[in-house]
Design a protein around this ligand. Sequence first.
Ligand code: ADP
Length: 328
Amino acid sequence: MASKIKKIAVLTSGGDSPGMNAAIRSVVRTCAYMKVECVAVYRGYQGMIEGDFENMNARSVNNIINKGGTILKSARCEEFRTPEGRKKAHEQLIAAGIDAFVVIGGDGSFRGAMIFHEEFGFPVIGIPGTIDNDIFGTRYTVGFDTALNTVVDAIDKIRDTASSHNRLFFVEVMGRDVGHIALNAGVGAGAEEILIPELNLGLERLLESLKRSKISGKSSSIVVVAEGDKTGKNVFQLKEYVEEHLPIYDVRVSVLGHIQRGGTPSCFDRVLASRMGVKAVETLLEGKSNLMVGIMDSKITLTPISQAIKGHTKIDKELIRVCDIMST
Ligand code: ADP
């Protein structure tokens, strides 16, 4: 039976991440391959409400696979949180003859898509695009791997100056609720300690560990701190605390900030985004909806959006153990 879906929209929403363009490209090219029309929605749900659409073809997405950010722009849209806003968005989609949409974004964007689907029975599929890797139902989100490489590269550079001056550096990385970036990049960059929201080491243990580090002959140290870590109030308070209690250390702070979101997507993120885009379109054409595409054990999977937004990703305990052993 021929699919009822003849025109698919694609949008990026919420926080941007490297690899979103590769996902857009994949959705557009898969539509072209499947002979389905494709429409780009600019500025996330805001553009949907305003009807900021553009018809896409396979050539519209030339030379974007290697670009960071999102060519469609992303936005946060308060109006979409209201029934009136969503009604306007629905009217725009219907007026443009759009039958379904693929949203590339984080859990907020998925929540919006799920509510939209429940209200209008409109087919939606989510592709997880966020550097935080905090979406349940996928081992990796698009952008996480690139962010890790950016953080490791930055810490390598900080280490050069740290070791030249025998300094201790606190490096703050993104992760308000989850420590995936801190833990993975911390192990990859050889950090002495990694502080994440999931585990409160306590200030005492941190001091003990830094003392041991000094005694064992290390001349410089890197401590990676996730934004949401609760050991101290923030990274600057950690600095003050250590300076007060361990004056042997010359302490510096580096907050990596938004450089973590940008940059050329890694090969891993490009391949992941390409695979997810194909699956998103195929799934809609099979008549399925309200699902998020993910990856588990190297296989592309589908998870109900309702589960993806409610579940919690777990930090890798084995990696914490590896970190402990490596900091000997
Ligand atoms: P992310 O997708 O990166 O988690 P946000 O949480 O900011 O980013 O969500 C992106 C957008 O998704 C919001 O600006 C809003 O338009 C929409 N959204 C988020 N939560 C809801 C909700 N509960 N109901 C409707 N729309 C929502």
